[in-house]
Design a protein around this ligand. Structure first.
Ligand SMILES: C[S@@+](CC[C@H](N)C(=O)[O-])C[C@H]1O[C@@H](n2cnc3c(N)ncnc32)[C@H](O)[C@@H]1O
Length: 216
């Protein structure tokens, strides 16, 4: 029940103090700007991996209303909230076709080639490296040939992290235990090993980046 509040709090200081209330919305908007600039045609089947309570899923559905959107998460609790949030939407929006899938992203049970866009929004920094590798392979399997994978997350190259006092970084790691795994992962090499093109990487907030690659 607290996920949206936490997300707004965590993203409140991305830009200036003046736009605190708007941080989460601006983050997702800037992500979608980058994502759209990489889409040569509108996707019709979208998978949101690590959808949590649906914030990224509802935002994708709003951005691309023609698409069938599926949200997938490991947590049945978050998915229960996502269902509830969908019921609370105005009638027209709640009738949109979001499907919710409870599964590990490493083994989704979804059909081969069943999506033309997969989005991973703020999940990779939560993962051990072996999980990221397995998830990239699984996403490659469920994408159509030429389909797009888009990964938005913390930018390990951001000077904000390089300049962060060590005790703050340690505090951050107390809630983000796989941060070292994430920061030291060579994502371009892992994408190549999983069957993707060389990614295009865009830093679009002071501390976030979006990595876009196509299935070979
Ligand atoms: C920080 S949340 C991201 C939420 C959402 N995408 C957003 O933009 O607000 C990360 C999510 O990834 C999910 N997750 C972590 N590991 C997973 C895995 N192996 N398979 C599926 N979901 C996973 C967690 O349950 C959590 O809901």
């Amino acid at each position: 029940m607290e996920v949206e509040v936490v997300s707004h709090a965590v993203h409140s200081r991305i830009w200036s103090k003046q736009s605190e209330a708007d941080g989460d919305r601006r983050l997702r908007q800037s992500y979608h700007g980058v994502l759209q600039s990489h889409l040569s045609q509108l996707p019709t089947r979208i998978l949101d991996v690590g959808c949590s309570v649906g914030m990224s899923t509802f935002a994708l559905q709003e951005l691309l209303p023609q698409a069938e959107v599926t949200g997938l998460d490991l947590s049945p609790y978050f998915l229960a909230i996502a269902h509830d949030r969908q019921r609370q939407l105005p009638k027209e929006a709640s009738e949109q076709r979001i499907q919710w899938v409870h599964a590990p992203a490493e083994s989704t049970g979804l059909a081969d080639g069943s999506f033309d866009l997969v989005s991973m929004c703020l999940i990779c920094h939560e993962l051990p490296q072996e999980a990221t590798r397995a998830i990239l392979r699984e996403i490659n399997r469920v994408l159509v040939s030429g389909g797009t994978l888009s990964i938005m997350d913390m930018n390990p190259q951001s000077p904000i992290y390089a300049q962060m006092p060590p005790y703050i970084l340690t505090l951050l790691k107390s809630t983000e235990p796989y941060l070292d795994d994430y920061f030291s992962l060579d994502l371009a090499a892992e994408l190549a090993a999983a069957g993707f093109t060389m990614p295009e990487i865009t830093a679009h907030t002071p501390r976030h980046r979006t990595v876009v690659a196509k299935k070979l």
